[in-house]
Design a protein around this ligand. Sequence first.
Ligand code: SF4
Ligand code: SF4
Length: 419
Amino acid sequence: MEDLYVNYRRYEDGDNAYDDMSQKVFNAGQGAFCPTYQNRTAPCQASCPSGHDIRTWVNIVARRIKPTQGLSWQEFAFQRMVEANPFPAVMGMTCPAPCQTKCNRNDVEGYVGINAIEHTIGAWALANKVALPKPAQESGMTAAVVGSGVAALSCAYQLRRQGHKVVLFSTAERLGGVMVGPGFPQDVVEQEIQRILDFGGIEVRREAAPSGDFAAVFWSEGLGGQAKPGDFVPDKAADDLPTTQVGQGWRAARDMGASMRGEKPIDRPRFDVHRFDLLEDLAVHDKAPAAYPGGPVGNSDTEPFSVHNYEDRSRDRLVATRDLFLAHFKTAPRHERAAPTEPLAEAEAIKESRRCMSCGMCFECSVCIQYCPVGAVERVKSGERSYGRFVETNYAKCIRCQICKDVCPTGYIQMGLER
Ligand code: SF4
Ligand code: SF4
């Protein structure tokens, strides 16, 4: 009977004689393109309505990204999560997880347990009473947010992160909207809302509509009919999931912040989510490139103002399974929670996060270095190395054979500046 099971073998049994590979390799470089390293958006992130930078915090938990500023890996992951979503414990317990449905690992043996990892870090932060990070500086401006639901709380929180004071207007008996209804863990909901109020700078007024002068006003869905020209209302949503409302809140707060600073609203990218920003990361680690002096420059790859080989295509490029080299990944069963209310043990969370294939971002496996036939792929110098800056190509040696691209498990290497 024909063998129908799926595997990733490239050779049949007994297929152990090979041609002269040097001829194949060295004659293969007919293309014009050398490799470049492209950060693209992973499908988990693209499908998360709250706009989480999932790949980054999963890889912090996997210990592939080292914490900065003396933080524990749990707190570092938590800080990355709450850039998008101030309710990681609630969402980890209740979200239907469209991120998992779209996870590329479904094409191996099953999705990464993103929800369980989020829950585990969210629960750890509550158990350890970790506060939300304070804004870097105060803007001196105040915004109004009308409503008590998730979008209103998310918007108030994001405005506060930007350094604005917020007055939240609501006559609801309890803040939280849909989260104070059935199906949500009320003690966890209360703790995560209280953490936002403990942030400081958010005043709750038991009034139905804003009174006073505000630099910008946000109206929750359902109250938006009262908005005046220039006020802000949430994006239209196809559902009323809390995770969707979290995303509505931060996108509104971003537009409000731009308006309050007198800037134009940003052009929304195709994937309007939180993304890893290499330049920001390099700056945090005192490795920012020098300022561009202006004018034409030859051999920019060796100039101190350039980040050689790196392209950020995450605004509009997605990494599909076909872009990965799946043969690299051994099958591994998912580490499940005993119950949706119980987070994973930390060791289990780390093991689960290591199932992530880091789609679209280098995870420092060194395979490209090992397989390059002419030694053109090199490690970035240790003083300049960081997440996303692990390898680079010496173009003087590269013969354009594409082997590094073919063997890169994460789809991080692409040939040429465009696909
Ligand atoms: S394998 Fe990791 S990066 Fe890729 S889609 Fe799944 S969780 Fe996201
Ligand atoms: S092969 Fe490994 S080290 Fe090289 S770019 Fe891809 S993920 Fe990074």
